[in-house]
Design a protein around this ligand. Structure first.
Ligand code: AMP
Length: 250
């Protein structure tokens, strides 16, 4: 079984995000970039399937700039076999990402495509669903558990309010993964060294016959308003008084 994992390069969640002075976006120059945390969970799951003998090959794919090679190397150090970088310096929106992934699926013919449930920079949560529609594959989203059952079938569990929902999907399928699926490992030094020799194939969006066509325009990016300092209340009566007369919420 071949597993394709879509990996996005994003700003590290530990970085204090700064908005550009012209409010067109956020500052990414000299900012630490990492694998999107949900994509890291997807890589970990694919590598576990390989270690358990359910998968033979794990292929990573990223759409991003040349520097995204670093995130692909990090994914290869976690145990993936090889990677594809669809290189572009442009901002690529979800539908175009899904169209590019669709072409890669047609070329690579994976049995399973794993994606993060969302990218933490845009919080779109739509690429996996769009890819499933374009490829006409069954989809399981927000997976907290994935189990291969009979040949060519997979069970995908997701957490919902008050319980769990489990779906049975035919392979090939698209699955987006959630936080509780696993805890990704740290790459060991020998695996980091091994990853340097693994293959990253670089291609362009044009070579896949996809011309990028953004449909959304960002009008403005603003920092959230600065939170005002809180006040201490003397007792419950004082609290009720402030909620009624100052905050006017009761
Ligand atoms: P989104 O729909 O943008 O929230 O992203 C959901 C998932 O789609 C991510 O966790 C990735 O697995 C995949 N994805 C989104 N953008 C890219 C990209 N530029 N390159 C590779 N995978 C991506």
């Amino acid at each position: 079984m071949k597993i394709l994992v879509a990996v996005k390069r994003v700003v590290d969640h530990k970085v204090n995000i700064r908005v550009k002075p012209d409010e067109t976006g956020i500052e990414t120059a000299n900012v630490k970039m990492v694998i999107n945390p949900f994509c890291e969970i997807a890589i970990e799951q694919a590598v576990r399937f390989k270690e358990q003998g359910s998968a033979d090959e794990v292929v990573l794919v990223c759409i991003g700039p040349k520097e995204a090679e670093a995130q692909l190397r990090a994914g290869l150090a976690l145990g993936a076999d090889r990677a594809i970088l669809i290189r572009t310096e442009e901002e690529v929106q979800s539908l175009d990402v899904a169209k590019l992934l669709h072409k890669v699926v047609q070329q690579q013919l994976p049995d399973l495509v794993l994606l993060g449930k969302q990218a933490i920079d845009t919080d779109n949560n739509q690429t996996g669903q769009m890819l499933a529609a374009l490829t006409d594959m069954p989809q399981g989203t927000f997976a907290s558990d994935i189990v291969f059952t009979v040949p060519n079938k997979v069970k995908v569990t997701r957490e919902v309010d008050g319980g769990l929902v489990t779906l049975a999907l035919h392979l090939p399928a698209v699955i987006t993964v959630d936080l509780r699926l696993n805890t990704p490992r740290y790459a060991s030094l020998p695996n980091i060294m091994k990853a340097k020799r693994k293959i990253i194939t670089m291609i362009s969006p044009d070579s896949l016959g996809v011309s990028l066509s953004p449909r959304l325009t960002t009008l403005k990016v603003e920092s959230p308003p600065v939170r005002q300092a809180g006040v201490k209340v003397a007792d419950v009566a004082d609290l009720v008084d402030k909620l009624q007369l100052q905050a006017k919420v009761i």
